[in-house]
Design a protein around this ligand. Structure first.
Ligand SMILES: Cc1ncc(COP(=O)(O)O)c(C=O)c1O
Length: 418
């Protein structure tokens, strides 16, 4: 219970906020029903504590988490180095605006630059915000030459703010929010001929996820990203890679593009960027970054010292624990399990798409019953694009945990009504 003297004097006339020490899941759900806007479909579970790939609810039930933090907890729940870094930073400086320099932001920007294409960073707080920045930068860069069009891929996902939402070429997300932002063109994903027809002298940029995440863990076809890069170079357009989901080590390299023979002009990353602390970044080549002058773009909390210290600790964790290599091995262990499922249930398991710890299994039917079945057995997974089981496990998940969860997943798949 909050009470004076902890409240400022101006609040002391208000009734105190009362709360039991540990509310039950049912009590929390009732509170949400009354006070939280219902824009999310939530499972009836209140999570209170996590460690690595394990998480516990308010009643003390343990869950194995194959989808920690919707991809944000790439180094597991409460990674010790990140926890320590945040604890230390919060006692020194919580926030200062970008009118000042801070050591943490400079260090984090250098670490990201050295692990990618040597450009510069603009920090923000989420994936959508990073993509907004990228779209604005691409337009500002091409503006004088009349280049304003942004080409994006069907099935892609770039966020919920207006430009990011417009870039998301999926009508179901636009419905009811029209009119969308002008100047976007959608083309078939993985189709170089479609890109060839769309990218012209009025194109500012092509925006693409190296691996479509929400769109069903869709890997790029052979030569696709290289073909887009070539097309952009030939036509004078920028290539923006949305690595919000694939970024910072998920695919066995720091960024997914490093698995291919290309470099972007602009890259966005969020989710795993700061070990689960809210953070986003847009990185741009030095030449493109020059376009943004003081006053053209900003984010109040972007690059705050807590997020940057958490990001530095995340990179240190991945490096010191050899987690990029481990990520590839984890992906292959899942592949082994999934291939056995496919042999056993060839009609049900349509496709397996894995790169590091970005893992998809396409079924011949709706996958939501599998998510519900796994939840009953205390395994947290995700389904996307209707029929695709998507797993974004942590880089420090153990082999025993992978095997335990895959045994549950196998049981649930076998139990589906045929
Ligand atoms: C590829 C991609 N881009 C952008 C976003 C939006 O990120 P945020 O929810 O942090 O705004 C997401 C979120 O799932 C994503 O997967």
């Amino acid at each position: 219970m909050l009470s004076p003297p902890f409240l400022p004097s101006s609040y002391r006339s208000l009734p105190p906020v009362t709360q039991t020490a540990s509310p039950s899941t049912a009590e929390t759900i009732a509170q949400f029903d009354q006070y939280v806007i219902g824009n999310y479909r939530r499972y009836p579970v209140c999570l209170v504590r996590g460690e690595g790939s394990l998480i516990w609810d308010a009643e003390g039930t343990r869950y194995l988490d194959f989808f920690p933090g919707w991809g944000c907890n790439l180094v597991g729940h409460c990674p010790p180095r990140v926890v320590e870094a945040v604890r230390e930073q919060i006692g020194l400086l919580i926030h200062v605006p970008n009118t000042w320099y801070t050591e943490a932001q400079g260090q984090f920007a250098q670490m990201l630059s050295e692990r990618s294409f040597g450009g510069k960073a603009f920090f923000c707080n989420s994936g959508a915000e990073a993509n907004e920045a990228a779209i604005k930068l691409a337009r500002a860069h091409g503006h004088a030459a009349g280049r304003t069009k942004i080409v994006t891929m069907e099935g892609g996902f770039h966020g919920r703010t207006y430009a990011a939402l417009t870039a998301t070429a999926q009508p179901k997300y636009h419905h009811g929010f029209e009119p969308m932002v002008p100047g976007f063109q959608y083309i078939r994903h993985n189709d170089l001929a479609a890109a060839d027809a769309a990218v012209d002298e009025g194109t500012a940029a092509v925006l693409v996820e190296p691996i479509q995440g929400e769109g069903g863990v869709r890997l790029p076809g052979p030569g696709y990203l290289e073909g887009l890069r070539k097309l952009c170079d030939e036509r004078g357009a920028l290539l923006i890679l949305d690595e919000v989901q694939t970024g910072l080590g998920r695919t066995g390299t720091w960024f997914a593009y490093q698995n291919f023979a290309i470099e972007p002009d602009i890259l966005t990353c969020a989710k795993a960027l700061a070990g689960g602390v809210a953070a986003g970044v847009m990185m741009a080549t030095n030449e493109v970054a020059e376009t943004l002058k003081p006053g053209m773009h900003a984010s109040t909390f972007g690059g705050n010292p807590i997020a940057c210290r958490a990001g530095i600790a995340t990179i240190e964790t991945i490096e010191e624990d050899g987690l990029l290599e481990r990520g590839k091995a984890i992906g292959e262990r899942f592949r082994g399990h999934f291939e056995r499922f496919r042999e056993e249930m060839p009609t049900l398991v349509r496709d397996i798409r894995i790169m590091g710890v970005m893992i998809g299994m396409e079924l011949s039917e709706d996958a939501s019953a599998v998510v519900a079945g796994c939840l009953e057995k205390r395994l947290l997974i995700n389904a996307t694009h209707g029929t695709v089981i998507r797993l974004l496990p942590a880089l420090n998940i153990t082999d025993a945990q992978i095997d335990e969860g895959c045994a549950i997943l196998g049981d649930v798949l076998r139990g589906l009504p045929s």
